[in-house]
Design a protein around this ligand. Structure first.
Ligand code: NI
Length: 137
């Protein structure tokens, strides 16, 4: 079993807040990410898949094919969008990096399985100093 990771990037806006909290309480819980007029991040997404090596190609997966799947399934929905408003799979969820990782997993998993490999990890860096990893449960 070999693991392989593809890195992709997207820029998106979000706001972390709860409707039933006032601005002060949202600021206390979510800091600058609660800014009422939105703000953006340059997110870096790492998608790790695993599988056996195909003896004919020496590859676990054609990395270009994997990149196309990631772009078509998630990057196209997220890049230059507002995560709270524009992204169908984030509707009704707090736009945290944690929830985003789960949402991206759920979007990608069927397409990854369909090409005969297994999704292993979704890692998202919201800033250089913070990252989230999700392994599907
Ligand atoms: Ni933020």
């Amino acid at each position: 079993m070999i693991l392989i990771t593809r890195r992709e990037q997207f820029s998106a806006a979000h706001r972390l807040f709860r409707n039933n909290w006032d601005d002060e309480k949202n600021l206390e819980a979510f800091g600058k990410c609660s800014n009422p007029n939105w703000h953006g991040h340059n997110y870096v997404l790492f998608v790790t898949v695993k599988g056996e090596i195909n003896p004919e190609t020496g590859f676990v997966v054609n990395i270009k094919k994997l990149s196309t799947i990631i772009k078509e399934t998630v990057i196209s929905k997220l890049d230059h969008k507002n995560i709270n408003i524009d992204v169908d799979f984030m509707h009704g969820k707090l736009a945290s990096t944690e929830n985003l990782a789960i949402g991206i997993w759920d979007q990608l998993e069927p397409s990854i399985s369909a090409i005969g490999i297994e999704l292993h990890c979704i890692k998202i860096m919201e800033t250089e100093n913070n990252y989230i990893e999700y392994y599907g449960n």
